[in-house]
Write a protein that binds this ligand. Sequence first.
Ligand code: XMP
Length: 333
Amino acid sequence: MSNNFRPESMARITNFELANAFIEEQIAEVRKQVGDKKVLLALSGGVDSSVVAALLIKAIGKQLVCVHVNHGLMRKDESEGVIKMFKDELDANLIYVDATDHFLGLLAGVSDPERKRKIIGKEFITVFADEARKLEGISFLAQGTIYPDILESIKAAEGKKAVKSHHNVGGLPEDLQFELVEPIKLLFKDEVRVVGEALGLPHAMVYRQPFPGPGLGVRCLGAITRDRLHALREADAILREEFDKNGLAEKVWQYFIAVPDIKSVGVKDESRYEGWPAIIRAVNTKDAMSATIEEIPYEILHHITYRITHEVEGINRVLLDLTPKPIGTIEWE
Ligand code: XMP
């Protein structure tokens, strides 16, 4: 357990020079640990797993086997981006699993937020484990564990109660117990980003806003349907595009759309037009434990409203969530 604690002497990685030294050190460490064996990694496309993938590709090349499971709850073009970056550009050994139908089938009719979270978390592990069983000669499992995760599990072990059941890969079935490779486990998030950029990952990927494991599943409120999920994904893509264009992406920590399972009456082409509302959530926070609402200029909000209601089939209103955390959590579910 002792190497799960960050030594006081360890300098904070704030620039490329320190990042490169860390990378060299970890490459040597990983090569020593795994030799010529194969390492498996669940590559979600999040910052941590992406940085681990880039680091391990550098250290052991094709001995790393990445599995990207698309649970059908990813944002627009997200899985395609993972494939493009890792398979096409970094030439990674990447297996892509499109489990959309499987996940949406299991989630059909399920409206309770915690049940949804549990189904997505449990199934994610099942699908990943099934892929792992098909592979031969895997000896290690790489994980994007970072230092705050270790601090969190210490807190959890002390019996502190969680508000929601967050999930990250872990807890694989008994028959799949691998030795762990966790090259960034002593790093804080800001250090992971510096290391990621030093490894050549694009700025947008490394500074990507946090995205929950259950994905759009906790933003398509209540029982998920394909049409509402599609509307949410399209509306969210417009919000992100406009935030990027207007320089808000750097100022706002997390921003997204949630779409509840209610319809209101609208009018389109002089006819009655029932649709869902798209709810904009844009918050700032330091540690996600509390959050404040970021002011978005009305002009931009009007433009986003216009685009969403005109471009996204099924959305006829746009609402702005002004609730800080507490009392609202950042995600709606
Ligand atoms: P809440 O909604 O609890 O969210 O205020 C705090 C932060 O955590 C993110 N979040 C998750 N992250 N797995 C994750 O890795 C999850 O299951 C999960 N649920 C929420 C949320 O997006 C926010 O940044």
